[in-house]
Design a protein around this ligand. Sequence first.
Ligand code: GDP
Ligand code: IMO
Ligand code: MG
Length: 423
Amino acid sequence: MVIVVVGTQWGDEGKGKVIDYFARDVDIIARYQGGANAGHTVIINGKKFIFHLIPSGILYPDKICVIGNGVVVDPVSLFEEISLLEKNGIKVDGRLFISENAHITMPYHKLLDQIEDKFRGKGKLGTTGRGIGTTYADKYNRIGIRAVDFLDDDVFYEKLKIALELKNYLFREYYKEKMLNTDRIYKEYKPVREKMKKYVINSVLFINEMIDKGKKILAEGAQGTFLDIDFGTYPYVTASNPISGGVCTGLGIPPTKIDKVIGVVKAYTTRVGKGPFPTEIKDFLGEKLRRSGNEYGATTGRPRRCGWFDSVIVKFAKTVNGLDEVIITKLDVLSGIEKLKIGVAYKYEGKTYNDYPLNTKIFSNCEVIYEEMDGWNEDISNIKKYEKLPKNTKKYLERIKELTGVKISGISVGSEREQMIKL
Ligand code: GDP
Ligand code: IMO
Ligand code: MG
């Protein structure tokens, strides 16, 4: 049985919380794309954990976690996370595995990511600076270093030398930066490579064997549909495929074995970094949402841009991910807003768009057509049953359901594991 959990907006929808919630009922939690750009928050009894590379199910001591071949792995970030978990009494050995085919993020990837984004000038993307795009670029340029190469002394040295030859040319000639030394990096990474050995496996065979044995797998998406390299607001996207289809290439799970796709939908919209965001609220109300929703990046600490719920993008997310159901998160944050707006269509040069236009020029310059609804004042964060929600809250959810065509199977009303209303 394979269940996919995917972000339906621009990331930070609350996937960490939702994955942690569902993880109790599965055997394996596996990441299929992205890297340490992700920041997935899980809060248990007031204690906060933020996961960048390790799947959000790791807090359950009996669960297996897999970092798939589609993920780009920065060993420095990985071991920081492992030691933080160990300090909190959570052991990962014997139940955390990394695919042999996952590509490794090296120091030059991070450096180049930061330099490139600076050099983009007005075209700056506002990346997380974690070397994501540059690691994927090397993968597709066929000069990447996979986990299996990383572990082999000779192969690693050779690949590092080849990669650095080109990178150093760029650093020296183009960016006027200091060059990186192959031998020094090789030496520095020796203990890291040793530590990594015990985690690396053939995860494709492992996961498929587990599926055949009847085990339950939860595939954890990072980022969100509109950061997808193919379907997002290109070029303001990440360098991987967060959509559900990414599970097939990022874990080696065939499409015929995916049973269910669950979308995570924030009750409003946020975005970090640059890029079009039609329903963005630029006045004090945006600031209010940021404050009450604590909308600051879990990875970079940057303030998140906040806006109204956009039903057009979520409708597209349903289509492209094949969503069976969704969990609405952070509904509690909307309490106390007199009038709520929902984006229902866009207008550009006199034409109305009821569907998400893949043309970024239209999406960047369109006007939003809104519907307005009455809000509610009640604190809903301790409500456990749908029937107990205020009348206007139910109306808001009903309208989201109608406009997007998605079935709502759960509502999250707070950051703690148990603050969830099941439908
Ligand atoms: P992810 O990247 O999708 O996992 O989301 P993040 O962890 O980056 O951001 C979501 C933030 O919202 C975190 O700080 C969560 O603790 C918090 N959160 C998740 N669900 C809820 C909710 O229903 N209500 C409130 N108030 N906070 C939530
Ligand atoms: P989670 O998994 C929100 C954004 C960055 C930037 C763009 C490209 O926590 O939802 P990158 O470093 O990936 O090359 O940056 O993508 N971004 C995210 N925004 N949540 C994330 O992850 C993100 N990961 C990347 O801010 O705009
Ligand atoms: Mg996040």
